[in-house]
Design a binder for this molecule. Structure first.
Ligand code: PEP
Length: 262
């Protein structure tokens, strides 16, 4: 089964408006220079909430897609400071991140809250990028599969529209640490995710699901990760803040697509 590759960039709480415009303009120029089959790669950016409207303008007419880093599950209401999934959809976003490790561990978002966000993101017409991943202590205790399996079970249920869900495996110990999972470590967990999905939801869901790897992806390690059978793309943090580095990572995906086609 061929799954479209996704290269996604999570800007986190970085970039002012001027800096963001510069980044997107540099990215657009570099994307145009990438040869065929660049159109087989979905390029996705997750700017901070205040930048979603202006970035919708900045990416207009390009192949770049946009998502929000977070949103509340309620459609509207007395939730001061929050942004709803409908607000996100209003900006022109097609995607939303749910369950990023910083939401789970820094902001203490519960499994129930995240599961509701998945449902409300889909209800707002968005594609949900649902993140899972173990901490270093959990990996060292041999609990990686138990934790990742639990995250999947908590966030996903059989009644969801799986065609609008993308998974991201992001080991917490690799996020922002410079310590990437080896391609084999990542592949092992991606393979586990696919077999878990197959048992829970059946072969077609498992085969069709795009599963991204995230955690200290850089231009020099992207190719090795993308060669793995069950890795369908990358979720990039730090390296997506530079147009040059992010375009180089996208370039690795284009090269991989070229190899597969030849
Ligand atoms: C992320 O924020 O999802 C991430 C993977 O960050 P980094 O690439 O910086 O580890």
């Amino acid at each position: 089964m061929s799954r479209r590759t996704v290269i996604a960039g999570n800007w986190k709480m970085h970039k002012t408006l001027g800096e963001a415009r510069e980044l997107v303009s540099g990215l657009r120029q570099r994307l145009e220079a990438l040869g065929s089959p660049a159109d087989r790669i979905d390029v996705l950016i997750f700017p901070p909430a205040t930048l979603l409207f202006p970035m919708a303008k900045a990416i207009a007419g390009s192949r770049i897609l946009m998502g929000a880093q977070n949103a509340h599950d309620a459609a509207q209401g007395a939730f001061t400071g929050e942004t709803s999934m409908r607000h996100v959809a209003d900006t022109g976003c097609a995607h939303v991140l749910v369950g990023h490790s910083e939401r789970r561990h820094v902001f203490g978002e519960s499994a129930e809250f995240l599961a509701r966000k998945v449902v409300s993101g889909l209800a707002a017409g968005l594609t949900v990028v649902y993140c899972v991943g173990e901490t270093l202590a959990e990996r060292e205790a041999g609990r990686t599969e138990a934790v990742v399996g639990r995250h999947l079970d908590e966030g996903l249920s059989a009644d969801l529209d799986f065609s609008r869900i993308i998974l991201a495996y992001e080991p917490v110990w690799a996020i922002g640490t410079g310590r990437t999972a080896t391609p084999q470590q990542a592949q092992d967990v991606h393979q586990f995710i696919r077999s878990h999905l197959s048992k829970r939801f059946g072969g077609p869901v498992s085969d069709g699901m795009r599963v991204l790897y995230g955690g200290s992806v850089k231009p020099d390690n992207a190719a090795g990760l993308l060669e793995q059978r069950d890795i369908d793309g990358l979720l990039v943090g730090g390296a997506c803040l530079s147009a040059e580095d992010f375009a180089a990572i996208i370039g690795s995906a284009v090269n991989r697509a070229r190899q597969i086609l030849s």
